[in-house]
Design a protein around this ligand. Structure first.
Ligand code: GDP
Ligand code: CA
Length: 318
């Protein structure tokens, strides 16, 4: 079975771990979000690709959900001693090595997709990890600063400001001119099942879909498309997705997100059991919907979610 997953960082990575356990023989292609990418200290940092790579490769800081386990911060402290920031972005010593290798390879002329493949040769994530594009896309968030509209990098909004002010707009800068990375469109067209994990619908899955050709390919694919809600009980399980959903005029509920994707994109949608009363509203929109436990408390629970998504895919295929 060939499965394609459009993934962000933590939500995508944790789901993928359960999916891999549920169907160990499946050929899984991950189309990863690169809108979160940022240049820091002259290095190219790809937080979502790395979260997927470290999580599936056994190198993730488990409690934190991002970054390396057993991390130290000597380089960051030395940079701070020179007065060189930003200090709000936590780059550890082990993590730095990944960004150095990536930046060196990009500088030598390799596209990000080839660099990602090279990094994965070490981590062996058990999936094929493709960046959504080899082109530069950077998500910016428009905010109000003392009555003036300003755009900040997504990481500044998310990590430095902790989404403490309203997002007025979310713009994947560069997306309109970006091309899907090699292999992305073929994987989508050749998939048996396409899954949207419980990733952020705006700044993770939404950014991937903003690369011209990807949304169209998903909508046109013969495979059933099934998504899992990142919102449970009217709030994100983790993080501040409600802030960026508000920016695109979508309520922070499981059914509003399903309707936001729409029946022309997704065929099936899973909501958590606490949101069972949302099933009817989602089905009214022409999307098959089931309520199952959606908390990724451990790998077994997550594998059960993956099996439920695949079962719903079979139902809508028939
Ligand atoms: P990020 O790039 O690290 O922010 O990660 P993603 O975009 O892949 O996923 C973020 C989303 O994962 C958040 O909106 C969370 O609500 C969602 N999430 C995290 N843990 C869980 C969980 O256990 N269950 C569900 N349903 N969603 C989760
Ligand atoms: Ca992210």
């Amino acid at each position: 079975m060939r499965i394609v997953v459009l993934a962000g960082g933590i939500g995508g990575a944790r789901f993928l771990r359960g999916l891999r356990r549920a169907v160990p023989d499946a050929e899984i292609t991950v189309v990863g979000n690169t809108g979160d990418d940022i240049h820091l200290f002259g290095l190219k940092v790809c937080p979502d690709l790395d979260t997927v790579m470290y999580t599936l490769g056994g190198g993730i800081h488990e409690e934190q959900g991002w970054g390396r386990e057993g991390e130290t911060f000597a380089v960051k402290e030395e940079l701070a001693a020179y007065g060189v920031g930003p200090e709000w972005f936590g780059l550890g010593d082990r993590d730095f090595a990944t960004h150095i290798v990536r930046t060196q390879m990009l500088g030598a002329g390799y596209p990000l997709s080839a660099v990602t493949e090279a990094l994965c040769a070490r981590w062996k994530p058990g999936v094929r990890l493709l960046p959504m594009t080899d082109d530069r896309v950077e998500t910016h968030v428009a905010i109000d600063v003392d009555g003036e509209r300003r755009a900040v990098h997504f990481q500044e909004y998310w990590v430095k400001l902790r989404a403490s002010v309203d997002a007025l707009a979310v713009v994947p800068v560069g997306a309109e001119a970006a091309k899907p990375a090699p292999g992305v469109l073929d994987a989508i067209a050749g998939a048996d099942v396409i899954l949207f994990p419980p990733s952020n619908p705006v700044v993770s899955v939404g950014t991937i879909l903003a690369v011209p050709g990807i949304r169209e390919a998903v909508a046109a694919a013969p495979a059933p498309v099934v998504g899992l809600s990142p919102l449970v009980g009217g709030a994100p399980v983790r993080g501040m997705a409600d802030k960026v959903l508000a920016a695109v005029g979508v309520e922070s509920t499981a059914q509003a997100v399903a309707r936001h994707y729409g029946a022309d994109l997704i065929d099936g949608w899973l909501v958590d059991t606490v949101d069972a009363d949302a099933v009817a509203a989602v089905e009214e929109a022409g999307i098959a919907c089931r309520a199952v436990p959606l908390m990724m408390t451990d790998e077994d629970a997550t594998a059960a979610m993956a099996r439920a998504a695949l079962a719903l895919a079979e139902e809508v295929r028939a």
